[in-house]
Design a binder for this molecule. Structure first.
Ligand code: TRP
Length: 329
């Protein structure tokens, strides 16, 4: 599968956290060796839920690109761009929206879930309903074949595949069905045991200082059976242990054993974890500080990315127009 076209996008919602890092980011860094990579900041997607207050959107775009670069996404090896710099995506979304039945969109699980979760915002909008069509346009505008995403995005990927099948059926074979590439790392729990997420406020940020990391790790939920220091626990019921699997694989038996026998208290166990996390974040944080000192870096990266992706987008869009009977004199 080498030389395939790889595409992924992130909504700019502020600084990144461990959930992003282990969800896809590390994988995206590695995939840069494997194929032609397109990584973009999905600022239009952010707008679908943040349209009432977009005041920090451009700042978030900048922060995210800096985080990406500090983690190791490399503009020399991947095309890094901003969605809204590629108006071809919006036009493709329009065409795809013509052939996407409303029922398909209403069935996407995130549509109802988000309505429930973001009760304080009015997202009963055309734009939000069309979120997955926009995502399909993101992927198809570069003929993306492999799409690194989290499990929560699988329904969106499936919808893209359905749109591809319908498009090919109606207008002739034009697109390949993209495949999701899931992270090899198990799901990262937040400090409260739910999925790590900015909106739950349960995350360890990539920019968290050592003291903050320590405090957050110490606050992680553990097996409720360990009410006192002497109660034995089941590591599989402990969020900190899930992180140990990633950060302390060399000492897992020891750590699990000391939980089951109550040999250690949770504070000791979490102390070891906190140290590993802090150590792992340090080189990232140093690079991030260096990058911040370079004025204009992000605009330069995005400008270059746009320049590289535009010809491909133009080519795809002219084929779509031609197939859908839209002429250009
Ligand atoms: N919906 C994705 C998320 O919330 C972001 C995204 C937008 C995306 N367009 C995409 C991901 C295209 C992969 C491909 O994480």
């Amino acid at each position: 599968m080498s030389n395939s076209r790889i595409l992924s996008g992130y909504r700019p919602t502020g600084r990144l956290h461990l959930g992003h890092l282990w969800g896809n980011l590390r994988q995206m860094v590695e995939l840069q060796e494997e194929g032609e990579c397109y990584f973009f900041v999905a600022d239009w997607h952010a707008l679908t839920t943040e349209y009432q207050d977009p005041s920090r959107l451009s700042e978030y775009v900048e922060e995210m690109v800096l985080d990406w670069l500090a983690v190791g996404l490399d503009p020399e090896r991947a095309v890094i761009y901003r969605q809204s710099d590629l108006p071809q995506v919006a036009e493709l979304q329009l065409y795809l929206s013509m052939i996407t039945p409303l029922g398909w969109l209403e069935r996407v699980p995130t549509y109802k879930e988000q309505q429930e979760q973001l009760k304080n915002r009015d997202i009963a909008t055309h734009g939000f309903l069309g979120y997955p069509v926009l995502q399909a346009a993101d992927i198809l505008i570069v003929r993306g074949e492999r799409v690194p995403v989290g499990e929560d995005q699988l329904p969106h990927l499936e919808l893209t595949r359905e749109i591809v099948r319908r498009f090919n059926f109606l207008y002739g074979k034009t697109f390949e069905e993209p495949q999701a590439v899931l992270s090899p790392t198990p799901r990262i729990p937040g400090t409260d045991g739910r999925k790590m997420s900015k909106s739950y406020g349960n995350y360890v940020g990539l920019d968290d200082e050592p003291g903050v990391v320590k405090e957050k790790v110490l606050s992680m939920v553990t097996d409720p059976a360990r009410r006192t220091r002497k109660d034995p626990g089941d590591p599989e019921k402990c969020s900190a242990f899930q992180l140990h699997k990633i950060y302390t694989p060399d000492r897992l038996d020891e750590i699990g054993g000391n939980c089951r026998t109550a040999g250690w208290g949770c504070v000791e166990c979490k102390g070891i974890l906190a140290e590993r996390v802090i150590e792992d974040l340090l080189p990232f944080q140093e690079r991030r500080r260096e990058l911040e000192k370079k004025p204009g870096l992000v605009s330069e990266v995005l400008r270059e990315g746009r320049r590289k992706v535009a010809p491909l987008a133009d080519e795809v869009l002219s084929e779509v127009r031609r197939r859908m009977g839209i002429g250009r004199a």
